[in-house]
Design a protein around this ligand. Sequence first.
Ligand SMILES: [Mn+2]
Length: 317
Amino acid sequence: MNAPIGPTDSSLVPRFAGPATFARLPRIDQVEKADIAVVGVPFDTGVSYRPGARFGPSAIREASRLLRPYNPGLDVSPFAHAQVVDAGDIAVNPFSIGDAVETLDEGASRFVREGTRLVTLGGDHTIALPLLRSLHRVHGPIAMVHFDAHLDTWDTYFGEPYTHGTPFRRAVEEGILDTEAICHVGTRGPLYGKKDLEDDRRFGFGIVTSADVMRKGVDEIADALRQRIGNRPLYVSVDIDVLDPAHAPGTGTPEAGGLTSRELLEILRGLAACNLVGADVVEVAPAYDHAQITATAASHVAYDLVSVLALHHTTGA
Ligand SMILES: [Mn+2]
């Protein structure tokens, strides 16, 4: 294989100039084959409170200009070990959630079928369901670590089954998740009632609360997750509201008492040995952001997810 085409050289073109692709990576049409693609889904029709995550992908890309090619946290140069590209956005219907879910499934499936690993930039959390559907067709039932303040296993809102608060109930109903290895991390905040937790447990989810992360620490949490997941195909879904509003103010449904960006990145790195087959970073709503705090955090989360995928690409796992 030819050496991967890397990001635009920042010694030749300053970071604040040049392409607005993720990490200044090449576009997908500039390479012959992509091992890993970062793709945006500018969609927020499924939100229940503040809108604006449709502008998440472009905000994350803008904040990603400062990412550098070597990741010391995982000892990998992800863009040198795999061909990583920016695949642009999958454009979906902003007026019909059902249509958007179908279009996204088809758009993602084109990559999944060819073996290109996706890190998807949202967009609201509705998009996780069609992404999981596309992976399930290739990999079978998928293990999942879901970083979020919220459970996202509610049934419907205003009678609507596809929303940003319901994707994982649908996913369990459809049998696309491996219910032996699904867990929320960072859960906190008020619920509608105790039944929310009982339903969630019945679906098979484990819960690592935000307080658990503080009390037990990131290594113990990551070890337990890794043991549970084993070698199952793993999806990692990161709702940026898993972070405390101090670390991610630019999001639709903020909750006090969240993780720090340091804790989130360290838990992700603790999952590096897992068989990651796809990931998303969702719910960045830049209109509520300040000084790119949220978009910067999201860009680093996406970078670490790309790095984990690249590690596996080099080892052929
Ligand atoms: Mn969510």
